[in-house]
Design a protein around this ligand. Structure first.
Ligand SMILES: Cc1ncc(COP(=O)(O)O)c(C=O)c1O
Length: 450
């Protein structure tokens, strides 16, 4: 049995993808795609691949055939653009100075990064551990929550994504990562429906009118179970789905009431993408643990981080994240320099400003188009939800794919989320004119293909 396609991408076997590949692929590209398919284990959303890449610079990627695309996806790693010159210099310098730090030795750059993250994070969030990937950072957070509460259960959301490891997949809510081949996942990983019910998705006006039953359900399950260690969630889904006003305050209060920790996974949303350093700052709450990753390595190095409340440093006698590259000075230097670049180039302020501009501009261009259900987002994480018609709100998946391939032809790459949401997430360094150009490509493609 084939699991359903991951909601964050397309199925490997999409007919539109096959058609694009047949029409556009040259011999060199075909050869590389063939070697990739032979060499790698096949899996959903990876090999066989759709395309090849030879260059990544600024907001641009280039394929083997020399076609250039503005990259409005970038796996959420490219906040500072690809190959930022200042980052390249810093990494080269670090390679010459101290390339590795074996376990039980510490080094200045790793400590400086941990201190900086503790300074950036609000409240008492200042105890840090590094991992190489986001999935592992979430595993550390879950272990810490068990150690701190003496409980093992978790509460998380259907449709969420927290990574591919067994713990992360257990709290995740996507079928692709929870398929029968995974076998039994972690016991006690309870799930509820996420925020963003039909009314949220289509613009109710907040807690006064709906009473936030989605937050009430979290409270209900925490009360019924009585022994949940932590609620783990993305504060805003990268799909993108913005929480309704008051949602997180209500869940935060429920966590306090029932003795559960609140863990926010900010792996794609953190570091300024949504117009604040952390997406949770929009909702005026502070979690007990936050995880960061992806863009932390500046789009070059693999590094993720767990930042926990100071008093959660309770597992000193156990190994909670014992990774070989835990204090790798090269990945740490990449992260420290990335944080410098974000601060010096005012990137999160820029994301807020450009994001508002982009949503306004998209509204001007396509808001009244009969297939546009909703334009939403925060900062430079923007979604255009395509529907069959505005009354039945059925997802317009085929149209979304056609629009996507027309945009690719015109030099813009992005991701389709949840089958029908054009998900536009450019680097925070993008110029206003490139952003404007990309939005016009999307609007024109929609007009052409519908
Ligand atoms: C919300 C979220 N959490 C965790 C992860 C996993 O990160 P990694 O792929 O670095 O393990 C991802 C990756 O897409 C993510 O979007």
């Amino acid at each position: 049995m084939r699991p359903p396609a991951h909601t964050e991408g397309e199925a490997n076997t999409s007919p539109a993808r096959a058609e694009w590949a047949a029409r556009t692929t040259d011999a060199k590209t075909r050869d590389l795609l063939g070697r990739d398919a032979n060499a790698f284990l096949h899996q959903a959303l990876s090999s066989p691949c759709a395309s090849t890449i030879t260059k990544a610079e600024g907001i641009w990627i280039e394929d083997t055939a020399g076609r250039r695309f503005m990259d409005f996806h970038g796996n959420s790693v490219h906040h500072i653009g690809y190959g930022h010159p200042r980052l390249i210099v810093a990494i080269k310098d670090q390679l010459d100075t101290l390339p590795f730090s074996p376990r039980r030795f510490t080094n200045d750059v790793s400590v400086a990064l941990a201190e900086r993250l503790g300074d950036i994070a609000p409240g008492d969030l200042n105890k840090v551990l590094f991992t190489t990937g986001g999935s592992d950072a979430n595993e550390v957070a879950l272990r810490l929550a068990r150690a701190a509460t003496g409980r093992f259960k978790t509460l998380s959301f259907w449709d969420s994504f927290h990574g591919a490891g067994f713990g992360a997949a257990s709290v995740g809510g996507e079928a692709t990562f929870r398929s029968h081949i995974a076998g039994p996942l972690l016991p006690g990983a309870e799930h509820v429906a996420p925020f963003n019910c039909y009314r949220c998705a289509y613009g109710h006006s907040g807690p006064d009118t709906c009473g936030l039953p989605c937050a009430g359900m979290v409270d209900y399950v925490l009360a019924k179970e009585g022994d949940i260690a932590a609620v783990i969630a993305e504060p805003m889904r990268a799909v993108p789905i913005v929480p309704p006003p008051g949602y997180w305050k209500s869940v935060r209060a429920a966590c306090y009431r029932h003795g559960a920790l609140l863990i926010f996974d900010e792996i794609p949303t953190g570091l300024g993408k949504t117009g604040r350093m952390f997406a949770f700052e929009h909702d005026d709450v502070i979690p007990d643990i936050v995880t960061l990753g992806k863009a932390l390595g500046g789009g070059i190095m693999p590094i993720a981080a767990v930042i926990a409340r100071h008093d959660l440093d309770v597992a000193g006698d156990f190994a909670i994240g014992h990774y070989t590259h835990e204090k790798n000075p090269v990945t740490a230097r990449a992260a420290l320099t990335t944080l410098d670049i974000i601060a010096d180039e005012n990137l999160y302020e820029r994301a807020a400003e450009l994001g508002t501009y982009a949503i306004d501009r998209l509204s001007d261009l396509i808001e009244h188009h009969p297939n546009v259900g909703k334009i939403s987002g925060r900062g430079l994480m923007i979604g255009v939800d395509l529907v069959m018609d505005r009354d039945n709100r059925e997802p317009a998946t085929e149209l979304a794919e056609k629009v996507y391939y027309r945009c690719l032809e015109n030099g813009l790459s992005f991701k389709i989320s949840a089958g029908s949401v054009l998900t536009l997430s450019p680097p925070l360094t993008i110029s206003r004119s490139d952003l404007e150009r990309a939005l016009s490509i999307v609007a024109q493609a929609l007009v052409d293909m519908s």
